[in-house]
Ligand binder design. Structure first.
Ligand code: SAM
Length: 230
């Protein structure tokens, strides 16, 4: 249960500097009482990040882009945050991994409390729990309602990345994103050139497990469209 989770009232009250101390805007954060701010915002979100394999792979590829994993399991979220702290220490000279962080949250709740409209450029949904039974489908992390939240926090041109080894879940995600007016599917030719797709296939813990079991991986990307003019 997640009834003990607390959510920020709005993105402005999130204590981002404690997650990304190397990105604090020193000029805007004098010694006055004004809260410390970052010089850039979180741009990449990994929903249900598990043990953080994707974050750890992407962080050094895009060292100036802030990325955040959301994970509902307390011990797993803590593990990822500690792994990132250790990597920061080991890479103090190169300053790598300062751009990654993980927090415990239920991604199905209050996403717009964490991120402003159009703040994000990429959302990853990697090997989400399949919830096979029909009566459990409402627990799926992709739905008409949640897709509207993803559309809210993604900027036009931004991409929602999905991968799963469960074909029925892949079809479900494709159906729900395709039916949503804010998204269009990215052509498969374009997927292949995307380094994030490679990372999602081979660097996630689940992706590795599927690889070992010689299972299939189904990938689909969806582009956030411009809002239609009023
Ligand atoms: N994305 C990782 C990967 O590809 O290796 C982990 C995949 S694992 C099958 C699904 C993860 O999503 C689990 O770690 C689970 O705790 C997390 N999760 C499930 N529902 C969630 C929710 N509502 N909010 C945040 N995390 C969630």
């Amino acid at each position: 249960s997640d009834h003990t989770l607390v959510y920020p009232e709005s993105p402005e009250v999130m204590d981002w500097p404690s997650y990304y101390p190397a990105f604090v805007d020193e000029e805007a954060s004098g010694e006055t009482a004004s809260p410390r701010r970052l010089r850039k915002d979180v741009e990449i979100l990994d929903i249900g990040c598990g043990f953080g394999g994707l974050l750890v792979a992407l962080a050094p590829l895009m060292p100036e882009t802030l990325m955040l994993g959301l994970e509902i399991r307390t011990s797993v979220a803590q593990f990822v945050q500690e792994k990132i702290w250790a990597l920061r220490e080991q890479n103090a000279a190169s300053k790598l991994y300062q751009n990654a962080a993980c927090l415990r949250a239920n991604a199905m709740k209050f996403l717009p409390n964490f991120f402003r409209k159009a703040q994000l450029s990429k959302i990853f949904i990697c090997f989400p729990d399949p919830h096979f039974k029909a009566r459990k489908h409402k627990a799926r992390i992709v739905s008409a309602t949640l897709n509207s939240e993803y559309a809210f926090v993604l900027r036009p041109g931004g991409i929602a990345y999905t991968i799963t080894d469960v074909e029925a879940l892949h079809d479900w995600m494709v159906d729900h994103f395709s039916a949503h007016p804010s998204f269009e599917r990215v052509p498969e030719e374009e997927e292949q050139g995307d380094e994030c797709v490679k990372a999602m296939m081979s660097e996630t813990e689940e992706g590795k497990k599927v690889e070992r079991n010689k299972g299939q991986k189904f990938v689909a990307l969806f582009r956030r469209l411009e809002d239609p003019p009023w």
